[in-house]
Design a protein around this ligand. Structure first.
Ligand code: BMP
Length: 260
């Protein structure tokens, strides 16, 4: 059961290089918090990254929502990520034929492959998506999180789809860093990371179908290794204090999980 193992032990088992680095960062910074930096202003993203950098293991972007995006955003973002030792993660949710995915991954305005060590993908198009990301030029150190379950009310994902997604994951051990899901799946595979969004203190939903669980319950009941928090931090009056609070709650839950 991966939930009983420490992140340092799991770093030794990881087959994807970014997953290995994430486990090491989580252990050394004592944080399993991934910030969803869903802001539409480039400077605001940089300011937030700088301030909460010490408390996060990864910063997840939706780069196509940035109103004033230019490629000049990327170098400062990378510099902040290096200095505070967290990973850049573009939540692109690729879902198309391999050729299109390869173009979306490395071309266009965003050139995602040149800066994001991690990306998300849907499994619905099958292996082509993963072959495309694997074969794209650019960094050797890359990892994919496959989406197996969604936090959205009325999601059309079925149990069979979730199971097939996990099977696909097993076919790409070197490329897949982990799985985006809401329940403790793949307990027998400690090499993979469970990433769980839909996390908020004292709120259970928003007005557009998002469903939330508390930081404690996603770790102890739902099996999350990393928790994604967006508005719980970005919309807090004091985002730094909020980030610290999420970090502590999540880390304490992890400690009690490995050492009950
Ligand atoms: P928030 O904490 O503000 O609800 O943000 C959640 C983040 O996680 C968003 O960036 C969203 O795109 C992402 N996400 C999610 O909420 N549910 C999923 O099932 C998968 C996601 O990537």
């Amino acid at each position: 059961d991966r939930r009983k193992l420490s992140f340092l032990d799991r770093a030794q088992l990881a087959q994807n290089p970014v997953a290995k680095r994430l486990f090491e960062i989580m252990a050394s910074k004592q944080t399993t918090l991934c910030l969803a930096a869903d802001l539409t202003d480039a400077t605001e993203i940089l300011n937030l990254a700088e301030k909460v950098g010490p408390y996060i293991c990864a910063l997840k972007t939706h780069i196509d929502i940035v109103d004033d995006f230019s490629i000049n955003l990327i170098d400062p973002l990378k510099e902040i990520a290096n200095r505070h030792n967290f990973i850049l993660f573009e939540d692109r949710k690729f879902a198309d034929i391999g050729n299109t995915v390869q173009l979306q991954y490395s071309k266009g305005l965003y050139k995602i492959s040149s800066w994001a060590s991690l990306v998300t993908a849907h499994s619905v198009f099958g292996k082509g998506v993963l072959d495309a990301i694997q074969g794209a030029p650019g960094s050797e150190e890359k990892g994919v999180f496959l989406l197996a379950e969604a936090s959205a009310t009325g999601s059309l994902i079925t149990d069979a789809y979730t199971k097939s997604t996990l099977k696909l994951t097993a076919e790409y051990p070197k490329l897949i860093a982990g799985v985006v899901c809401q329940n403790p799946l793949f307990l027998d595979n400690p090499a993979l990371i469970q990433l769980t969004p839909g996390v908020k203190i004292a709120q259970t939903s928003d007005h557009l179908g998002q469903q939330y669980n508390s930081p404690e319950s996603v770790v102890t009941e739902k099996g999350a290794d990393i928790a994604v928090v967006g508005r719980g931090i970005t919309e807090a009056t004091d985002p730094v204090a909020a980030a610290k609070r999420y970090q502590t709650l999540l880390w304490d839950a992890y400690l009690s999980r490995i050492n009950p």
